[in-house]
Write a protein that binds this ligand. Structure first.
Ligand SMILES: Nc1ncnc2c1ncn2[C@@H]1O[C@H](COP(=O)(O)OP(=O)(O)OP(=O)(O)O)[C@@H](O)[C@H]1O
Ligand SMILES: [Mg+2]
Length: 351
């Protein structure tokens, strides 16, 4: 099912939680809604589910406007962060519940429930009550209950956020496999960019209710559309050097650049992974070490270059002390530039 959001807005007390948001999610895609707390991810999802009505714009499923359909008529399954299982029902009965509501005959129901429980690796827990399960197991039961109906659209609101890191990775893999098998359209809300990259065919980055960028995870990482996306996607975050522009020219990281920015300054962005300790890259400049974060397999180094605080990177262990002077190298093609309004602008090396 193709899902189109056509300039939808949802306003609470005069403030838009979702502001003229347009998205076109092709049938069968897994689209991640990514953004900081309060940016409107859950509200958007609730609008798609029909739990919230839109104040402006339209939502279409396969070209048909669904604005006035109630949640049951939209045939979507939703899994929340705080999944509510029925405490008095067993795992099996919880998962069978949506089928019972639809009066699916017992034999077909049991077969379907068994299949879904096996797919999620919880068939041995079928007779237990929710309170006899771990958080991760409860989360799987909530997923199973959503999956058992086989709707055309799945909506997930941070369903993995209560789990420990290892379980998150494991369930991520399972969701990816399920998505490949079911070929259903999925909208997945998270503020975790690693999850967005791991799961999404498409990522929509939101800030303050507005769409900032919509594309593949790689697109969004390689060509952030604006400074917000550049700073939000990538870990550790991209660093910026603010420099004045004179006749479309500027100097940063010891190099001269030309840009098409129409403003008085430009912010040159560089990801830690693209600023390498050592002078072996295409261009290099000198930096002062502020602090060192050794992770064993790699090292992040806080440095100052021309007065700007940035993070540089080294593979393995880099034996550096605060106060040391080092060379850092980079490829000009890996740099990004944004004008005073935060819009991406072209950047070229100049003499
Ligand atoms: N029912 C409501 N009444 C008033 N304001 C609301 C309501 N629901 C959400 N908001 C506001 O709308 C904005 C977006 O909220 P939303 O829950 O969609 O954010 P979110 O991106 O899901 O954030 P989080 O990552 O913290 O879950 C917030 O400023 C929030 O306070
Ligand atoms: Mg939310």
């Amino acid at each position: 099912m193709r899902i189109e959001l056509d300039r939808i807005s949802r306003v609470f007390c005069g403030t838009p939680a979702v502001d003229a948001l347009s998205l076109d999610v092709p049938s069968g895609a897994l689209c991640v809604l990514l953004g900081p707390s309060g940016c409107g991810k859950s509200t958007t999802l609730r609008c798609v589910a029909g739990l919230e009505s839109v104040d402006a714009g339209h939502i279409r499923f396969d070209g048909r406007v669904v604005d006035d359909l109630d949640p049951a008529q939209r045939d979507v399954a939703m899994v929340f962060q705080n999944y509510a299982l029925y405490p008095h029902l067993s795992v099996e009965q919880n998962v069978a519940f949506p089928l019972r509501m639809r009066r699916v005959p017992r034999r077909a129901r049991e077969a379907k429930v068994g299949e879904v429980l096996r797919a999620l690796g919880i068939d041995d827990l079928a007779r237990r009550r929710p309170k006899e399960l771990s958080g991760g197991q409860q989360q799987r039961v909530a997923l199973a209950r959503a999956l058992v109906r086989e709707p055309k659209v799945f909506l997930f609101d941070e369903p993995l956020s209560n789990l420990d890191a290892r379980l998150r990775l494991e369930l991520r893999d399972e969701i990816r496999a399920l998505h490949a098998r079911l070929k259903a359209t999925m909208l997945w809300v998270t503020h975790d960019q690693a999850e967005a990259h791991a799961l999404g065919d498409l990522v929509a980055v939101l800030d303050r209710g507005r769409l900032q960028q919509f594309g593949t995870p790689i697109d969004v990482f390689r060509r952030p559309a604006n400074r917000f996306v550049a700073g939000f996607v990538g870990s550790p975050a991209m660093g910026f050097v603010e420099v004045p522009l004179l006749g479309g020219r500027c100097r940063a990281l010891g190099q001269a650049f030309a840009t098409d920015a129409g403003t008085a300054h430009v912010a040159i962005g560089v990801r830690p992974q693209h600023l390498k300790i050592g002078a072996q890259g295409p261009r290099s400049t000198s930096a002062l070490v502020l602090s060192v974060e050794p992770l064993g397999h790699e090292t992040f180094v806080r440095v100052v270059i021309d007065g700007a605080p940035l993070i540089a990177w080294s593979p393995g262990h880099a034996p550096l002390a605060p106060g040391a002077a080092v060379s850092v190298s980079f490829d000009p093609d890996d740099l990004h530039a944004f004008d005073d309004d935060g819009a991406r602008v072209a950047l070229e090396s100049a003499r």
